[in-house]
Write a protein that binds this ligand. Structure first.
Ligand SMILES: [Mg+2]
Length: 235
């Protein structure tokens, strides 16, 4: 591919939380609180230990399993409990619907989330885009692998029927996910300009495109949105 040829991905993977909706991590914070609540009340694992597990193993769940703190027959109970959050801070977004609906075809669009499909589906319904994707690739699809692991990306490609990483694109607010995607050869779109925990500006040379939000996508890759013309939809 010549350097000036824009990427033309055939498999487009949208992250869900803080990408297809953004609310200053209000929903993300609720999920984090639920994890701490569950590990503390059900497993006797305090917040500091839960955070250490997350840092060491990529997700708290993987850490709990690796260290024998959660029996495997309680995985589904854990997943249901930590995703049982209010979604009141996610709102219907006709502009997001217009953009997603115009992005190539439904057969090319996937949701790729570190959460469970039930949670993603509830979020997508709130936004009003739940009918626009071929399928939701969730943590179960990826055999509970951390989303930013190469294994999770390989499982996601398999689920989507993709065999060539160069034909894949990730749109995601996580720098870790973007880095893995780039390493594997995907086209990458990082969403958001500031880190959740520190508020510092993101540094991510692995991002092919670095945007404030998904609404900016048609202006940088207009060939993926042939039916849209500027001015592009915004809320
Ligand atoms: Mg996200």
């Amino acid at each position: 591919m010549a350097a000036d040829t824009p990427p033309d991905p055939k498999f487009i993977f949208f992250d869900c939380d803080d990408t297809l909706y953004r609310n200053d991590w209000k929903t993300g914070d609720r999920l984090t609180q639920k994890i701490a609540q569950y590990t503390e009340s059900e497993l006797g694992v305090d917040g500091a230990k839960a955070y250490e597990l997350y840092k060491t193993h990529g997700t708290c769940l993987k850490g709990l399993l690796a260290e024998g703190l959660l029996p495997r027959d309680r995985i589904e109970e854990y997943l249901a409990a930590v995703h049982d959050v209010s979604l009141d801070e996610i709102h219907e977004d006709p502009a997001m619907r217009s953009i997603v609906a115009a992005c190539r075809t439904k057969a090319d669009r996937f949701v790729f989330t570190a959460s469970i499909s039930e949670h993603a589906k509830r979020c997508l319904e709130r936004v009003g885009v739940d009918d626009l994707f071929t399928c939701i690739i969730d943590t179960r699809t990826c055999d509970l692998e951390t989303k930013h692991s190469a294994q999770a990306f390989e499982k996601a490609m398999r689920a989507a029927g993709a065999s060539d990483p160069l034909a894949c694109m990730l749109i995601d607010d996580s720098v870790k996910n973007i880095r893995t995607a780039k390493t594997l050869g995907w086209t990458t779109v990082l969403i958001g300009k500031h880190e959740r925990d520190t508020g510092n500006a993101f540094e991510c040379p692995e991002a092919d495109f670095h945007l404030n939000d998904v609404y900016e996508l048609p202006s940088v890759m207009p060939h993926l949105f042939p039916s849209l013309k500027p001015p592009y939809p915004r809320p």
